[in-house]
Design a protein around this ligand. Structure first.
Ligand code: ZN
Length: 474
């Protein structure tokens, strides 16, 4: 199996190389940097290290819920793997988080049309009494409709938000759809409800609900809250068309105010500009239902694979490349905020940051967020990436969830945007598993990351708008 994949990878790499032998030679780079960039891209298209990293992580550790013993095992695993790959200064930067985990979850329509509904609790859901709570369902088309309901109109009832999410290449449907996941419990509690159900934030038609976080202070949100699979949301709506529906909702949880988590960090030490950092990141934690292959094992494999290619060059890059595997992203960006606290003093040394956290689909667009004086550098990167099928994006890159705090503090970021049309078919479900990764698309990601990371490290270009001064947090 491994042999077959290896040969397939070589063939895929050759096909691209035969068609386009040179990526960087025509760009405004020194001949040495251009030649090395071309070599990195060629090697990345045959990458085995990054893909093996994801396979091993998702096979040997599996799910890695933030703050859980599984996530702790993932940190040990990642430290060993990165040391074996000979990275420099491999370490864990510890922090603690409020911990939450599900222990049981079920829902059942009771009465004349009695039947089970397929649900999964949202991160931060409160427990119901043992054996469940029983209440009538009140359906809303949108979160806004729920917020507009009369005060106390949901006393003793379960709010159900049926808002749908639609597929888009850039994942923009998620930002809209996710608001109901975050806000349902708070809004429902304000109207007197005892629990909240949502249609899953996802784009697939299977009887498989998507979990995800909800607004909470500390470990718990306002109410018991769960997501229905798409077909179950449809079923519940049809039942409501026929008359009042009463549901028994049974959710068990365990939680703690402080549980251990951490960011795993490894570096490729720079040479004459060693103090200056090019940060490429991902998050090591995952939700508990799948094995976190697309979200975000793939991202970790992509940045590790790219950094390893640069580490193996005959000469060190000028700037240091810092690979950050953030902890506890899913449960509230705790790793990102811990990094901000722990590195606030050397913020001005962060010359560029990027994060891979959108699965393993091909990169189709490259956005930057640079100062005006650095736009020509963005143009060079885009020119180098064009033969990889990457179109030119604007200069309004967001970066990604874990590096948002860096961007807001003035660190230049890039967004190598992945094709996300299938991402929300698997995201936060039991189906987020290794087989969903297309090796060829994955290797294209490694090539893109290796190319722009190396160019940023080796040219010494300044991408900043101005000197960053303070690191905020969010
Ligand atoms: Zn993620």
């Amino acid at each position: 199996m491994r042999q077959i994949r290896h040969i397939a990878g070589i063939l895929a790499g050759m096909a691209i190389l035969v068609g386009a032998p040179s990526f960087a030679q025509d760009a405004d780079l020194s001949p040495e940097i251009a030649a090395t960039t071309d070599q990195l891209i060629a090697d990345a298209l045959l990458d085995e290290v990054g893909l093996q990293f994801v396979e091993d992580l998702t096979t040997e550790v599996g799910a890695r819920l933030g703050g859980s013993p599984d996530e702790a095992r993932a940190r040990v695993w990642a430290m060993n793997a990165l040391k074996e790959l000979n990275f420099d200064r491999t370490r864990v930067e510890d922090f603690t988080i409020p911990y939450w985990a599900r222990t049981r979850e079920s829902a059942r329509v009771i009465g004349a049309n009695a039947q089970d509904l397929v649900i999964t609790a949202l991160g931060g859901s409160r427990a119901t009494p043992e054996g469940g709570l029983e209440a009538d369902i009140v359906r809303f088309e949108t979160l806004s409709d729920l917020k507009a309901a009369d005060a106390d109109s949901l006393a003793g009832k379960i709010a159900f938000i049926d808002e749908r999410m639609y597929k888009t290449q850039d994942g923009s449907g998620y930002g809209l759809a996710v608001r109901k996941r975050g806000g349902c419990a708070n809004a429902a509690a304000e109207k007197g409800a005892v629990a909240c159900l949502i249609r899953s934030v996802g784009t697939q038609p299977h009887r498989m609900p998507h979990t995800g976080g909800m607004f909470r202070e500390g470990a718990l949100g306002a109410l018991p809250a769960a997501a229905l699979s798409g077909p179950d949301a449809d079923q519940l709506t049809r039942l409501l068309d026929r008359g009042p529906v009463r549901v028994n909702l049974d959710i068990g949880v365990e939680y703690a105010d402080a549980a251990p988590s951490g960011n795993v960090i490894a570096e490729v030490e720079g040479s004459d500009l060693e103090d200056e950092i090019i940060l490429i990141g991902c998050h090591l934690d995952s939700w508990d239902l799948g094995t976190g292959a697309l979200d975000d094992g793939a991202g970790c494999g992509i940045v590790v694979g790219a950094a390893k290619l640069i580490a193996d060059l005959p000469e060190k890059p000028r700037r240091t490349i810092r690979v950050v595997l953030y902890g506890s992203e899913e449960v509230g960006l705790f790793g990102a905020n811990a990094y901000a606290r722990q590195h606030g003093d050397d913020l001005d040394k962060h010359m560029l940051a990027a994060e891979s956290d959108f699965g393993a689909g091909r990169i189709w667009r490259f956005q930057t967020n640079f100062g005006e004086a650095a736009i020509s550098y963005a143009d060079v990167m885009k020119q180098v990436l064009t033969p990889l099928g990457v179109s030119e994006g604007d200069n309004a890159a967001g970066g990604g969830p874990d590096i948002g705090v860096l961007r807001r503090a003035g660190v230049p970021v890039v967004t190598p945007a992945q094709d996300g049309r299938d991402y929300f078919d698997y995201h936060h479900t039991p189906d987020d598993t290794f087989d969903k990764i297309d090796p060829e698309a994955f290797r294209q990601n490694v090539a893109v990351y290796a190319a722009f990371t190396y160019i940023a490290a080796q040219t010494g270009w300044d991408f900043r708008k101005s000197e960053p001064t303070s690191m905020g947090s969010d």
